[in-house]
Design a protein around this ligand. Structure first.
Ligand SMILES: Cc1cc2nc3c(=O)[nH]c(=O)nc-3n(C[C@H](O)[C@H](O)[C@H](O)COP(=O)(O)OP(=O)(O)OC[C@H]3O[C@@H](n4cnc5c(N)ncnc54)[C@H](O)[C@@H]3O)c2cc1C
Length: 427
């Protein structure tokens, strides 16, 4: 391995673009080559299920960096090109345009693909999913042509798409196999509140239902549910999860997590090959807050792993990863989450939680058995969430009653909590 060879970044998405920028920001002056199989300049995916679906003008406004950014920093971009194989031992990547690229270090930032419906070929008419800008553009066009749609999956993506479609005036039905919305990401108390809000927006939300078969026909799709009921939809959107894109890693012999399928990385984002790193949705990493190795599919995690992997490639010291944070915009709510939900947390509410409020504002605080704040959900209250960060990060024992008391400003309650935790115990 020669350190004169370029650093190769595979995947020009959130993690890839952020890592390339970070390498330059950390002072790397050597060659950086970023190969991406999509044609557009690296862009943000979160707007794809939100503003991009309703407003074509957004297509031009979602670039991660301004147009001239990569040229000004001598970051060599090979867009519309796929890395087809990597010879990890010889440090050579082969590309779909026939080029063989020698590299000194490599970052796999290959993201993932939308999970497809079993038995339906990719590209089936009237059946959509969103992972790329092209996907969002195709769905936007279809949503203009039809008055109703069915969304399969009430996870973040499914609910965001449903919310945007409803805002555009479509009749929307959401089908979810679990008994509540966002079953894996939030506690039941929040699922119940959000589910009511979804229904209040005029969406037909059917929980605990599974399609037995989906049959395309000339006017749309026929959905037969396992309980025997039938639905017809001119348009179907499958928002049923992500499959990490790990084909290159697998073929190169890199270690994958046996259960979640992600590329295993250490705290520095190093894979099982010392000169190959990975970042973003394709990875599996130990999360100290959660106490286990998981795959995080989030904008913040992709950016954090990009920064940390860039520093590690250069041997530069950098801060460790920030506490997991996630946001979603739907049904008039900006929802932000800090920390991780875990079984057994007791949730306490701060603020009023009316379902029909035009602009609700409240916090849900999840405490473990030792009264430590492990997970906080903020609805239209991102500023409040920032104030709670110190408590989550320092694993401070809290007085839940103090933190939920709205007669005490949150800033003061947090200050008092930190002071009480620092005071010497009398017992
Ligand atoms: C519709 C949508 C809405 C979202 N909303 C939110 C949100 O509100 N909040 C939030 O926190 N997160 C959100 N996310 C998640 C967030 O966008 C992702 O976590 C983030 O984009 C992951 O970055 P990544 O670099 O790992 O993957 P990506 O951004 O997907 O980039 C991977 C790139 O690598 C390319 N690639 C793959 N294999 C190869 C190869 N062999 N050769 C060349 N190129 C390759 C892919 O085509 C892709 O361009 C959303 C995601 C989507 C799809």
């Amino acid at each position: 391995m020669s350190h004169d060879a370029p650093i190769l970044i595979v995947g020009a998405g959130q993690a890839g673009a952020t890592a390339a920028a970070a390498l330059r920001a950390f002072g790397h002056t050597g060659r950086i080559v970023m190969v991406g199989n999509e044609r557009p300049l690296p862009y943000e995916r979160p707007p794809l299920s939100k503003a991009v679906l309703s407003d074509a003008a957004m297509d031009e406004r979602i670039g991660i960096h301004p147009a001239g950014f990569h040229g000004e920093r001598s970051i060599e971009l090979r867009l519309g090109t796929e890395v087809t194989s990597i010879d990890a031992a010889r440090s050579i990547a082969h590309c779909s345009d026939g080029e063989a690229l020698a590299f000194s270090r490599c970052l796999l930032a290959t993201g993932g693909k939308a999970r497809t419906l079993p038995g339906l070929a990719e590209g089936t008419p009237r059946v959509h999913a969103i992972r790329t800008l092209a996907d969002a553009q195709a769905l936007r066009e279809a949503m203009r042509q039809h008055a109703s749609m069915v969304v399969l999956g009430a996870g973040f993506l499914g609910l965001e798409i449903a919310s945007t479609a409803r805002g555009m005036g479509l009749e929307v039905t959401v089908l979810e196999s679990a008994e509540r919305v966002l079953p894996r990401a939030v506690p039941p108390v929040f699922s119940d509140w959000l589910g009511q809000r979804v229904r209040h927006a005029g969406i037909e939300l059917r929980l605990g239902v599974r399609p037995a078969s989906i049959t395309p026909h000339a006017d749309g799709v026929a959905i037969a549910l396992e309980d025997g009921r039938q639905l017809n939809a001119p348009l179907l959107v499958a928002a049923i999860g992500l499959v990490p894109e790990v084909a290159l890693a697998r073929a190169s012999g890199l270690e994958l997590h046996p259960a979640n399928g992600g590329i295993r990385i250490d705290a520095q984002c190093r894979t099982s090959a010392a000169h190959i790193f990975a970042a973003g949705d394709c990875t599996s990493q130990f999360q100290p807050l959660f106490g286990e190795e998981i795959r995080l599919e989030s904008w913040q995690s992709a950016n954090e792993q990009a920064r940390i992997s860039a520093a590690a490639m250069l041997g530069v010291a950098t801060e460790s990863a920030a506490t997991p944070w996630f946001w979603t915009d739907q049904f008039g709510c900006n929802v932000q989450m800090l920390g991780m939900p875990a079984a057994g947390l007791a949730y306490r509410l701060r603020g009023p939680q009316a379902t029909d409020d035009m602009a609700p504002k409240f916090l849900l605080l999840g405490f473990d058995g030792e009264s430590r704040l492990c997970h906080a959900i903020a609805v239209n209250a991102g500023g409040d969430l920032r104030q709670l960060r110190a408590l989550v990060e320092q694993r401070t024992s809290c007085d839940a009653a103090l933190l939920r008391d709205t007669s005490i400003p949150l800033r003061q309650a947090v200050r008092d909590t930190i002071a009480a935790a620092a005071a010497p115990s009398l017992s």
